[in-house]
Every structure is written in C-alpha cells, then in structure tokens.
Design a protein around this ligand. Structure first.
Ligand code: M6R
Length: 603
C-alpha cells in the first residue's frame, strides 16, 4: 500500500515524479504529493484524491521547477485521506521532506517523545515521526541522522528523503517494504517498484532490509545499518514499457484478462521439455515431504485451493490450504517434513510474509510461487517458482491468479512424478500446453457477456455455487465480482446450500452455477433444480455439449472441452469478464476499486 518514487538528475524532477506516481497509483490512490528541491529550499504540493488531481495542482503552481524530488501516492492507514495527511511530510525546520510506505508501529511513543521536546506535529500520520526524528537528529550529517532515525523505528518502511541542504542528493531506507533503486545515465531514481521506472531504466538495485542509500545523479552508495558501505548487485529487468501501459484498452484489467493466453504460455512453455514437466529451478527433493500446506491471501489463496485439490488427486499427499492471515496466528501442525507453498503475485503481502516466517521457524521448507522477481517473499523462501505473468497493474488480479494456478498444476504433476504416481505424463503435458489456446477459446465463445452484465448488474446479490474445483473457482468469481463492481457476491459449496443459504433464495435471485466437472455434474444439477424451484434465475457455466445443464439454466457461459482436472484456469476467464462488464455497467473505477490497493503490505 502506498507508492513512493524519487528522482535526481539534470532534467526537471516534477514530470518524472508525476509519471512515476501514475504508474504506482495501483498501490494506493486516496491522496498524493510531491516535494522538489530548489535553491536551498523544498517546495511541496499535496492533495487528497488521485494523482490526476495532483497533476492539476502542480500545473497550477507553475510546475515546481527543480532537478531532484520525491513523490508519494497513498492508501491511508493513520489519518483520513486529506491534504494534510498526504505525503510528503516536512520536518519542523523545513530542512527535510519524507515519503513513506509501511507502518511505524511505535509511532505513538515516538510522537510523545518528540512533542515533549517541543515538536509541533502537523498531521495524524505515523510517517511524520520519521521526518521529525530526522530533523531533531540532524547535526550536519544526513547519513548519520538517518541511521539514527531508522534505528528508532519499529514496523515496516520504505522511506525516501529529500533535503534542502544537499542539492541533488536523495536518501532512501528500507525495512520490510519494497524499495528499488533505478540506475540511469546522469540520473538516478528510487521507487516502490519497477513499473514507475521502466520508461527511464531497466537496471536496478534491490535494497535489503536495514539498508540505507545515498543517491546522487552520478553515484549510488548503499550502507548497512552500521553505516558500512555494502556492495550491491545490479539487476536487469525484462518487463517492457508497453506491458505497463494500457495499449488501447479502456482498463488495465481488460488488457490483463486478454493477456492471459500469452501469460500462461510464458509460464508453462519453458517448463515443459520432451513431454516432461521440468522445474530445473526448484532444487528440492519431493520425497522429503509427507504433507503440503498452501498459504496465501485473497485470490492467491483461491489459486491455492485449486492447487490443494490437484495435489491431493495426483500426489495422494495430505494437502491443506489456509489463508495466511489466519495461519500466522494459528497453530499449524507442521515440521521438517512439511512443504509449505506460499503463493503471491506481488511477493510483498504482509500476512503471507508473516505466515511464511512462522512456518520456517517451525522447521518447514517454504516454496514460493511469486510473480515479482526480487520481492520479499522470493528472497525469504527456500525455493522460488516464478509465474512470469509480467506486470499486473489492475488491483483485481487476473493473469496473476491464472498463472499461479498454472504453476500449481505443473508442480502437482512434478511431485506426482517424483513419487512415482504420474501416469501418461506426455498426455498431461499436452493438456497443459493447450491451456493458453483454451483460454483464448473461452474468451471468444462468450460474446453474450456484456448483455448478461446488463441483465444482472443491478441485482441485490449474486450467489456463486460449485463443487470441488468448481467451488474453488466460485470463490474467485465471487471475489472478482465484489471487489470491482461492489455487488454483494458470495461463493458456496453447492452441497452446503441446503444447510442455510437456500433460505436467501427468492424470486429472480441470480445464482451462478459452475458445472465443469462431469463426475459431479449430476449433483450440481440437483442444486440448480433446487434453487430454480424456489424462483432463482440460474446462469450456468459449463460445456456447450452438456445438454442437461444447458436445458435447465436460464443463461449460459461456456468453456471449451478440457480435462476437468485442469478446467479451473479456463472457468475463471468468463467470470472475470462478467465481473468486468458488471463493473462497467455500474460505473465503477475498475482498475482502482474503492478502499483497496494492489499490494497489501500492512496487516
Ligand atoms: O500480491 P498477492 O498475490 O500476495 O496479493 C494477495 C491478495 O491481496 C490479492 O490476490 C487480492 O485478493 C486481489 N485484489 C484480488 O483480486
């Protein structure tokens, strides 16, 4: 949550900062601000609302000249999203401005201490303690003052500092919040992630926890917590500029839905060689584990639920899936023979990180399925499988989720093979390699989705039902619908309806029934008949050839024929499109739904 960016060079800073913030806006979008250094002073412009409002305000103030600066787009934690609480925050003496992503857990105690020394706070934020501490510790050496400041902070932070006294020099610090330094020619940057920088540079340095950096246009020096210079590796990023732009689509979400065939191809193809699933990067002996626990949040957890079904089916190992925010405070029965699989698009989700640390402390091996290279989860895990989905900008995940499922499919097959349980691997890999094509077919065979969205968009509630992997997909379908269209949507295991939920079924209540698993089709059909006889309107998702379902449903969405073991990754696509079009009908801000942020780096 929150995105930060910094620039120092020879050209104007404000346009670079504002462009960077536009690309980081998915991380938080309730207020924004920039600060620019010029002639020994810091100028600052901040506003509640989105980055576009900030752009207008900066323009109105004459563009804020200056060649170094910092910027922030906020997802409020401490203090309402207004102009005052927007970042940057300034030290009392006006010598420093700070932007921050994360949470300072001991801010109340630090604030009390500073207030006792006479500091008058301007905002309600936790962040302001950072800049006021810095101001109070500064005795002519910013590096020392910053080291002393961060040594007092508890919690998580990616911090950017601008000083009035040292022209062209930025400082940055990191603990448990993402932060990279971008390396340019005669200009350098910092940012929460590469999407803010990719139009300027693809060469980055990943900052690690406890490090601070001094950044000038021509030099980057990283120090450890004791102030000793640290040698850092440079990393070249492969994401291109176009992948972080809308490219003619109205929304990033639609673009990312449409990118799924290509994204899945990038996930699957390099891992299939000569009819075999190969995870050369894995380096784990699957015979060392007796049980598997999958943990993640939100859609990544839903991908984990699909994975759990497949691992049980193919590998015959006890497999569970648990949301990370529960696992971190629970008592999981795990140990050295447990393989914990953490799933995360961003690799920065606070609950997932806490859960994985807990599992490691209990002796488990942690395998991460992650999209963002160099992210915290990727760094902390014992082994990593990247999803290679490319940048995902829309807050609602689509290709991030389907590529996670694709990796889980391949992993299940790989484990089964190592346990001597996989039959006909060549047929299975053919099925996997066909998935990108099947997704394209699922997109092409449902032209009725905009019309269905017009029919259902004003419903009071939507119920998604299914069994087994259909149920796992129902969970994700309902989440997609609620997060972008604000329509109350819930998923139920179809067999559970009669244990309570069926009391909610009344005349014209829409029920979205997922029926893509032939072995349990009859059972879901019975549930459809039960809700229909109570007046429900049923939109069924199934195969065109499934005459029984087709004849009983009021409306239909189709997927192409596919082995039911692997249908989940296809089934979700028409549901993503349905959620997208319902959100459009409801006039919602699809890429930036209210109250949400892409990367949930706070608890
Ligand atoms: O980056 P992660 O995959 O760890 O994020 C987990 C969830 O926050 C995320 O999937 C969230 O539920 C999405 N907004 C759903 O579209």
């Amino acid at each position: 949550m929150c995105g930060i960016v910094g620039f120092t060079g020879r050209s104007q800073a404000a346009p670079v900062l504002l462009d960077g913030l536009k690309h980081l806006e998915y991380r938080g979008y309730d207020s924004a601000g920039i600060a620019v250094q010029k002639d020994g002073a810091i100028a600052m412009t901040k506003t509640s609302g989105k980055v576009d409002a900030l752009i207008d305000k900066v323009r109105a103030t004459g563009g804020m000249p200056g060649v170094s600066g910092i910027g922030h787009t906020r997802w409020a934690t401490h203090g309402v999203p207004n102009d005052v609480n927007a970042h940057p925050h300034m030290s009392q003496d006006g010598r420093f401005a700070v932007v921050h992503n994360g949470i300072i857990e001991n801010f109340a105690e630090l604030r009390k201490e500073l207030e006792a020394e006479g500091v008058a706070f301007q905002s309600e934020t936790d962040t302001e303690v950072i800049v006021q501490l810095l101001g109070s510790y500064y005795e002519g050496d910013i590096k020392q003052a910053l080291l002393r400041t961060v040594s007092r902070l508890e919690g998580s932070y990616a911090v950017g500092v601008l000083s009035a006294d040292v022209p062209g020099t930025l400082y940055a610090a990191r603990a448990a919040s993402p932060l990279i330094i971008g390396i340019g020619a005669g200009e350098n940057f910092f940012a929460s992630d590469i999407t803010a920088l990719v139009s300027h540079t693809k060469n980055v340095i990943d900052m690690d926890d406890g490090e601070i950096a001094e950044i000038t246009p021509d030099r980057i020096t990283v120090f450890d917590h004791a102030g000793r210079a640290v040698k850092k590796e440079e990393r070249h990023v492969t994401w291109d500029v176009a992948s972080a732009e809308k490219n003619g689509y109205d929304h990033f979400m639609l673009k990312e839905i449409m990118e799924q065939p290509a994204a899945l191809k990038a996930t699957i193809e390099p891992r299939i060689k000569g009819g075999c699933v190969c995870f050369e990067e894995l380096g784990l002996d699957m015979k060392n584990y007796d049980s598997i626990l999958i943990t993640a949040c939100g859609s990544a957890y839903h991908a984990g639920v699909v994975g759990r079904y497949l691992i049980r089916k193919l590998c015959r190992i006890p497999a569970e899936a648990e949301v990370a925010s529960e696992l971190r405070y629970g008592d999981p029965v795990i140990g050295e023979r447990t393989l914990v699989i953490v799933v995360s698009q961003s690799g920065e989700t606070a609950d997932t990180i806490a859960a994985m640390k807990k599992c490691r402390e209990a002796g488990a091996t942690v395998l991460a399925i992650v999209n963002v290279v160099g992210s915290t989860i990727a760094k902390l895990a014992d082994a990593v499988l990247y999803t290679w989905a490319g940048p995902e900008i829309a807050v609602a995940t689509t290709k991030g989720y389907t590529t996670q499922i694709a990796v889980l499919y391949m992993l299940a097959a790989y484990i089964a093979k190592h346990l001597g349980l996989l039959q006909n691997e060549a047929a299975l890999t053919d099925t996997l390699q066909a998935l990108p094509r099947r997704i394209q077919q699922a997109i092409d065979m449902n032209p009725s989705i905009p019309a269905l969205a017009r029919k259902y968009h004003a419903s009071k509630a939507l119920f998604f039902i299914g069994r087994n992997t259909d149920y796992a997909v129902a969970l994700e379908g309902a989440l997609k619908m609620k997060e972008i269209s604000y329509l109350h949507s819930e998923a139920y295991a179809a067999g559970e309806l009669k244990h309570g939920t069926i009391a909610l079924i009344e005349e014209h209540q829409p029920v979205i029934a997922l029926c893509c698993n032939a072995s349990i089709m009859e059972k879901t059909l019975s549930n459809i008949v039960e809700v229909k006889s109570r007046g429900a309107e049923v939109l069924a998702l199934t195969f065109r050839s499934n005459r029984q379902i087709v004849s009983v449903a009021d409306d239909l969405l189709f997927i192409p024929p596919v082995d039911p073991l692997f249908s989940a990754v296809i089934e979700i696509v028409p549901l993503q499109l349905l959620a997208y079009h319902v959100a459009r009908e409801n006039g919602c801000d699809i890429d930036k739904p209210k109250n949400l942020a892409k990367s949930v780096t706070v608890e």
